[in-house]
Design a protein around this ligand. Sequence first.
Ligand code: PEP
Ligand code: MG
Length: 770
Amino acid sequence: MSANRFAGPDGPPATRDKDAGSRVLLKRIREIMAEPMAPQQRLDRIVAQIAQSMVAEVCSVYALRADGVLELYATVGLNPKAVHQSQLRLGQGLVGTIAASSRPLNLAEAQKHPAFEYLPETGEELYNSFLGVPILRAGRTLGVLVVQNEAHRAYGDDEGEAMETVAMVIGEMIATGDLRSLSSAGVELDLAKPVTHHGQPLSEGIGLGHVVLHEPRVVVTAMFNDDTQAELERLAAALSSLRLTIDDMLSRGDVAFEGEHRDVLETYRMFAHDKGWVQRMEEAIRNGLTAEAGVEKVQSDMRARLSTVTDPYLRERMSDFDDLANRLLRQLISGEPSHGAKSLPEDAIIVARHMGAAELLDYPRDRLRGLVLEEGAPTSHVVIVARAMNIPVAGGAKGVVAMSDSGDAIIVDGLSGHVHLRPQPDVEAAYAEKVRFRARRQEEYRTLRDRPSVTADGHPVSLLMNAGLLVDLPQVDQSGAAGIGLFRTELQFMIAATFPRAEAQERLYRSVLDAAAGRPVTFRTLDIGGDKVLPYFRNAPDEENPALGWRAMRLALDRPGLLRTQVRALLKAASGRELRLMLPMVTELHEIDQARALIMREVKHLSRFGHGLPLTLRIGAMLEVPSLLFDLDGLMEKVDFVSIGSNDLFQFMYAADRGNSRVADRFETLSPTFLRALKSIADAAARHETPLTLCGEIAGRPLEALALAALGITTLSMSPAAIGPVKAAILKTDMAALRAAIADPLENGSTGADIRNIIREYAEAHAIAL
Ligand code: PEP
Ligand code: MG
């Protein structure tokens, strides 16, 4: 797919004549900016000039105040008495909608728009057509600029562009404090009040710290160029320097640029050469902007479009362009493509509209306390990486970028999704206590790291970790995991722009085995489909029920080329060591035979060509589809090991979508029906002496982990952060006593809540923290 598709303009490039119109407007605005005059007069002159150039009857500027209200600051055409009187909340009316979404609105019949709201003091009922653009500065919405006409007029793209450019100039006036003298006491433009955003919890943990605005690190102050040719040359030089930097990072072979970081850099290299993107920036410079203002202008257009795109692949690609534009801006302004760690506070909480995975990896991990995103979903690349790095994340915090400033105090609660900006002292104190408590706990867990994981009555319970990215690997040592019980290979595929090449796969797998240093590692073959989307994999038809669709083994067996390449990379990476391969979403036993035949063909192929092979090869299956529960003996006979995928097994047994919190949390994971199913698996594994693990989320919750161990599931794989708490619980538990306590309720009509209570009481009596 050509990258031009994302960078190119929506329609055909503007014609020379239209450009001339916008050049003249810019020239006039520039003259107004250069003349000495009072701020109100300057704003009034600007709106008058815009109205004249665009043959509009109305032109108005609304500025966003600290209390989230948009106030009319200047107008020509509306009732002049409404200036500094007329107000709209963020999200209210057309103007509020533009500010809240940071997107322009171009309407021939404004009054028919569902968001239209009539403000009697302005007299705007006369006007039918409406063009409004957000006043943006460094990614932050500071207000809205509007033109209106009586006639049902369609404003052209070129007029929208001209308005956006002038809006940048007004943004500069607001940001530099030029308009401060115009605001009345108590409703200033500087946004300094406490605000709580109710976002979505995306990665667990609590972060207390200070805002680092991801996007406004670079502030463009020089807007207009004096010499177009010189600015075009500056842009070309910055672009070539940026490309060289990326090439250099890629060729350095530095471990910091391996794995997922490398995949993203390769995408950047492709985009840095994108002709459509470069042409649009050049066009903006030809229209009178400086190189940096041109880059920012194209970036703003891209952001506006990003907010309308729902396709996850396009969104990731457009946010890659956004990252790249930031790098280019830094290159133009400071001659340095990456931000300096020096300016980062010790307790940085990154606040961004959206963000690429590579940009997060650019920040020094030891200073990061959290991440707040206006967008972001559980499957966004940056969220996957943040979770692997154990950074608390809240997403969906609309408006947070506009309301925050670098250095503001901020709290991100990755458990509830709440974000407290400039928190009140009591809120801050409560959270600080929570963080101290968690830190004390972490310290205790660290002291347990090298203690063997054995119950108080001497039963070993092996604790392994789940992983999937290169950034997970330091945790193998730090968490005290006995190995990697689940390596989700699809994560490398999910954060890449295209299918990772065989060599990249092999490199990652080898690094994983190296980091594990002899501890067992179970690689799960690609588990794509369902909620694990590879946006570039377009062969998949749209499915009504993707969780029940063409995924994991089904897809792997129908498209054996994918699995074959992966298996070959795994076999090569594990040459001379043990290789444990696990098949996801097995539904019928014959799928294991088919996969085994494919794997053995690859073994044969490699050995024919003289490649070193793994010392031992074990093939196991995930048990996560209920059909297998009815042939457990057959399953245990067929494989070298089994791992229970309790996330999916529970989802399918209870017909409850794991990603839908309305139903996912409705049913009790400790309900006797589910536990009896787990026990029948444990009993079958014991009968056949087939090693059994469980690698779903419940393994990482101490109370559930105790229940699992009591059922006889004594190898558990979990997120690395859960190993300490689970081990602490295991060490204090007399397994025989707990087993006896739940044996009867398990069989005799108790509820999941009863079983949970029994374990909770046991834990309280034995000072076990749950
Ligand atoms: C599971 O389903 O429990 C599991 C471990 O796999 P995933 O969460 O990756 O689907
Ligand atoms: Mg699963």
